[in-house]
Design a protein around this ligand. Structure first.
Ligand code: CAA
Length: 240
């Protein structure tokens, strides 16, 4: 029987590439999104992948959203925690809300999604959780104490849950993308982005599909002996 996957933030950017990459492998995918109805509808029409709206930072909404996917499609075997936001600013300008929203969605979302799906994976003896961290969670980044802390938290979350899942056939891994040519990176002021790209040894931004291919591998049968690991995909910008 085909595996079932949920990709959070799965209708745009890196998430959309992941949703499509998993579908190409015969996996039945549900793409979660937070608010951009028009993009989600366009994505679903174009790809045939159904989209489901809920805020991954909302615990109850995540439980209800995952239950809906189970009712519509079947038990969830694969989770890709990709949903994330930025609220960049130096600490002296960052508000508590900027801090809290990034922690709630980027890190809290991983907890909420795991709470909803990990027990079932454990009971059935097979599961794959792939968390999208960031180079900025590994190395830090000026103007991102919130985002760097949340992404760094994702790397710790991954290693802890990997230990809990291992004997039940549930692997938990992270990918740490560098700067990828998505809307999120396009929002970085051009002069700042130019300086960042100048420090990428490969000499360019990454492409969403370059992240998606690694997620597809980590979600596959072949990756059963890989757990608790972080794969850095950043054009050599940070060798970790
Ligand atoms: N290191 C040291 N100093 C820096 C710096 C850095 N990396 N970046 C900026 N500064 C300095 C500037 O030179 C400037 O100093 P002077 O006033 O002495 O010239 C001072 O800090 C203020 O810089 P800005 O004018 O940029 O300040 P700002 O308040 O307008 O903006 C900022 C600050 C919002 C943080 C802006 O610099 C910014 O957007 N930076 C990019 C942050 C970033 O990389 N975000 C990644 C988003 S994509 C993502 O997160 C995906 C992923 O996972 C990789």
């Amino acid at each position: 029987m085909a595996r079932v996957a949920i990709v959070t933030g799965g209708t745009r950017g890196i998430g959309a590439a992941i949703s499509c990459g998993l579908k190409e492998q015969g996996i039945v995918v549900a793409a979660n999104y937070a608010g951009n109805e028009a993009k989600a509808a366009e994505f679903s029409d174009r790809t045939g992948i159904p989209s489901y709206r809920w805020d991954v930072g909302d615990h109850e909404a995540s439980l209800a959203g995952c239950a809906q996917v189970v009712a519509d499609i079947g038990p969830v075997d694969i989770i890709v925690n990709n949903a994330g936001i930025t609220r960049d600013g130096t600490l002296h300008k960052m508000t508590f809300e900027d801090w809290n929203e990034v922690m709630r969605i980027n890190l809290g979302g991983c907890f909420n999604m795991a709470k909803a799906t990990f027990p079932g994976m454990r009971d059935r003896g097979w599961g794959r959780i792939v968390n999208i961290g960031s180079i900025n969670g590994q190395a830090g980044q000026y103007g991102q104490v919130n985002y760097a802390a949340a992404k760094s938290g994702i790397h710790g979350f991954t290693k802890a849950l990997a230990q809990e899942g291992a004997k039940f056939g549930v692997t938990v891994n992270a990918i740490a993308p560098g700067y990828i040519d998505t809307d999120m990176v396009a929002a970085v002021p051009p002069p700042v982005l130019e300086k960042i790209v100048a420090k990428i040894p490969v000499g360019r931004l990454g492409h969403a599909e370059e992240i998606a291919r690694a997620v597809v591998f980590l979600a596959s049968e072949d990756a059963g002996f890989i757990t608790g690991s972080t794969m850095s995909i950043n054009g050599g910008q940070h060798m970790y």
